[in-house]
Write a protein that binds this ligand. Structure first.
Ligand SMILES: Cc1cc2nc3c(=O)[nH]c(=O)nc-3n(C[C@H](O)[C@H](O)[C@H](O)COP(=O)(O)O)c2cc1C
Length: 235
């Protein structure tokens, strides 16, 4: 498919037809995604394709537990799991989620409820010893290491388009990473980066809600003049 179209229309899809996803298609997707960049070209990613219904069911329960926490924080008006947040309000929301469980303030939603039945479920892991976490010594939350695995995850999403597949990158199950790792027999060196659901979509999202270029690009400094040529190009 055309690159610009893929970049502009690869939104999150959580609603799938029952049609299965061929292993051949998954292999092609992974074979294209493997060309993603990583710091020092270390390619620390590993992938588990989860097929066993019992394992999927365990993953679903883990997903749902995290999702209840996410929803409780959202209901409290927080940005869920933001490294900088109102910690008292967050603790309160998390306490509510653990008390009420899956029947937290807002309903769970079909996707979380049926997470075990998504047509294809890929767990993206990463070898922490292979990450170029150049911000690890700074006095702030670190995220540069993720840049050595999330381009790969995004390449999976883009490569899936070529197969007529859609899906969503999810991370909420990482809230219960120890349980997830136990379930999937993951060793200590690996961390869970994402769970990717893929399938044949019930509908095709086209117009994604995103900021305009002049809302996030300035010249020479933060708060500087907007990069207006780019702005015109984005409309
Ligand atoms: C790092 C990351 C983590 C995400 N985690 C979840 C998740 O746990 N569950 C979920 O349903 N969606 C998850 N999403 C999907 C986002 O909610 C989605 O990309 C965003 O809301 C934009 O949606 P849109 O493409 O429909 O506009 C995640 C996306 C990213 C990039």
């Amino acid at each position: 498919m055309e690159l610009v179209d893929a970049l502009r229309t690869t939104g999150a899809v959580r609603d799938f037809l029952d049609d299965p996803v061929d292993d051949e298609a998954l292999v092609r997707i992974l074979d294209r995604a493997r060309f993603a960049p990583s710091g020092g070209n270390r390619q620390g990613w590993r992938v588990v394709v989860v097929k066993d219904p019992a394992v999927r069911s365990g993953v679903r329960d883990i997903y749902v537990a995290g999702w209840a926490e996410y929803q409780a924080q959202r209901a409290a008006g927080l940005t869920p799991f933001a490294p900088i947040t109102d910690t008292a309000a967050e603790a309160d929301a998390l306490e509510r989620a653990s008390r009420d469980g899956v029947v937290a303030d807002s309903f769970l939603g079909d996707f979380a409820e049926n997470f075990d039945t998504v047509p294809a479920l890929l767990v993206v892991l990463v070898d922490i010893g292979m990450l170029a976490a150049v911000d690890r010594d700074l006095d702030r939350y670190t995220f540069a290491g993720g840049a050595s695995v999330y381009p790969f995850a995004w390449s999976i999403m883009l490569a899936a388009r070529e197969e007529g597949l859609r899906g969503v990158i999810t991370t909420i199950a990482i809230r219960r990473e120890p349980a997830l790792k136990k379930l999937l027999n993951v060793n200590d060196e690996l961390a869970v980066a994402a769970l990717i659901a893929l399938g044949h979509p019930k509908s095709q999202p086209k117009h994604l809600k995103r900021m305009a270029v002049d809302e996030f690009v300035t010249i020479d400094r933060v708060g500087g003049p907007p990069f207006e040529v780019m702005n015109r190009a984005s409309s």
